[in-house]
Ligand binder design. Sequence first.
Ligand code: BGC
Length: 806
Amino acid sequence: MISHPSYAVEPWVLRETALDLGLLAQSESVFALSNGHIGWRGNLEEGEPHGLPGTYLNGVHEIHALPYAEVGYGYPESGQTIVNVTNGKIVRLLVDDEPFDLRYGRLHSHERVLDLRSGLLHRTCEWTSPAGRRVRVRSSRLVSLTQRSVAAILYEVEPLECDVRVVVQSELVANEELPQSGGDPRAAQAPRSPLESLEHASEGSRLRLLHRTRRSGLRVAAAVGHTVSGPEGTQLRSESSGDVARLTATSTLRAGERLRLEKLVAYGWSATRTLPGLRDQVDAALAAADSAGWRGLVAEQRQYLDRFWSRADVEVDGDAEIQQAVRFATFHVLQAGARAEERALPAKGLTGSGYDGHTFWDTESFVLPMLTYTEPSAVRAALRWRRSTLPAARQRATQLRLRGAAFPWRTIEGAECSAYWPAGSAAFHVNADIADAVVRYVSATGDEEFDQDCGLELLVETARMWRSLGHHDRLGRFHIDGVTGPDEYTAVKNDNTYTNLMAAANLTAAADAVARYPDRAARLGVDDEEAAAWRDAADAVHVPYSSELRVHEQHEGFTRLEPWDFAGTSPDQYPLLLHFPYYDLYRKQVVKQADLVLAMFTRGEFFDAEHKARNFAYYEPLTVRDSSLSACCQAVMAAEVGHLGLAYQYLHEAALMDLEDLEMNTRDGLHMASLAGTWMALVAGFGGMRPRGDSLGFAPKLPEAISRLAFRLEVRGRRLRVEIEHSRVTYTLLEGAPLELWHFGEPVTVSTDAQRSLRLERQPHRTPPGQPPGREPRSHDSSVGASQGRTSSWTEMTTSRTEMTI
Ligand code: BGC
């Protein structure tokens, strides 16, 4: 999309200069606003045309039966799906007697701008109705980051040539009709008419609708307050019925006059609160929003984001496209997590209904790493949500005849929602991913209160699961058999390296936490013997290795399997999952997404540099990247093993996943993992950042096309800025007590009055491995990025460590 002529490359905004109805659904995703609690897709105010109407409240879902032709023990019986709740974005307009509908009449101009600094989505358009009345319509909207239950719109209409009579209908609408999904397994099973009316009201310029989801029984409330200003004679009327509440403003406007409407919307939902309780809750939220007013909300939003960017901004010189994309990505990841407050962070955030609104390991392994160093309070809340789902995870473990907790592969409120299938049901690694996120958060923040309470319990229950899932063989080696790792084209295999290494880290971290808090651990029933058994298992974990090829195996026996017939697979047969039976994918060497390569990133200390390079070279030609989670991981490892040009191409793929709709499903919502992966590719890839004890290590190296990369991180209450150029890196402590960090393995101390500037050396070119034919990362148009020196051939310069100057 961004390469579409109507999208401009600018550092702080995403601007669309013309409306292309063919791109409407995707644009609704990229222009979505959210605070993690409320999600408003970028639907046009007038409601139509639309790609996919979408208003979401984190956690509001409907349940449905999961049908099986043949039932098996332990198959989940019901699924959960995100619900499109009451739409508060609707503002319809009648110009004289014709509806403002961009499919008719003449559209002279249409511009939408998502401003990443103010957090506002602006729209301006000029349109002439079929009867020849020309008007300008302007709107701005926000989903408040400071008032969690509130969203707001400012809407203005003015005639441009002659007097017009306008009617503006500002509405709350429930049970909107949704387009049917086209059978893509990654889209949603949207329930029809999911909301049952409980109450409706209109009083003056205030509107309220209360509903209940039919099967899950959740109560949902939306209330609206308006401030309308227009010329004398402007009339207001309000009305409501079960699924619609409406304020109608009628006015005759002369050229130059305006009708202006401020619409404040408050949302609430609950599984437990009574109807009066919920009614009062939204009225109270509206009162708070009212006291700030539109201008106050705009000012608060800006303040919130100024503070955020001062801790999280990433600057990229040399590639304007990446500069824009990383800010766009950072903004959307923030939106997904900012005010989720002990609710899940879905794979699409609240930008669409893709994957039914489910949360996967994407959260802990991709989204939380970025937030840990930029908005740690969101990570604490997200992990607390996981902890709140422990009862369901324990139940699932018991059902599977395991100990501890087995967290779900996909869920909205905690129960396993993956109908049985090998890739989901056996993907136990999600347990270790959660544990990894706990360890990362605690070491980055030193949050002891969380560590001893929430962290400990999550580590203990996940470790218990591993210990009961795995077993020691006659030689004492610890195996975890019959599991699925990250690569979903390989399922139910023995000793998946990623899973084993992550499980080992999980077991060790749990034993360490028990040693830190023995009394609390005892209350969870952990004794010395149990913790010792975890350490034994971790120390003895088996990691399959092919001595013949001198590479680590993705799972035991992987390198022996028949290679996939890449030459006989045409480019239009990707993603393979839509064109080939899974049984065939499972028995061949073909990798959907980084798996062993991801293990080398997350458990880097296990592999030496030589193996990292060789493993990367082995798996690269087998990896088809049919998942949006892959490119960013490959970027990080390509950078680490010295293929900076390749890493740069993967960075582009991760960064433009949604802006260029690379997987053709941005319409269903944004790919949060890939957005966070953009940050990861830059910070962990070219910055070489890795957690190291209570601090961080860096190994900076820039690709030719990027002349400067700077990023900010929060660690242990300090604010750090890292600025990398080809010949030097500068570590600056912006705030906090002196910090010892690691530069290419050497300790370096920074303090607020002593920044450290270290020289970097260039290293020679290395020939990168190839990809499966037709799956090479797309080489992008370097003219867009104004990227001096970006070349299309493999020009690879690695910078490395150093001697230092201060
Ligand atoms: C990937 C999973 C991922 C899921 C949701 C799948 O295509 O293979 O790893 O968790 O999408 O993003």
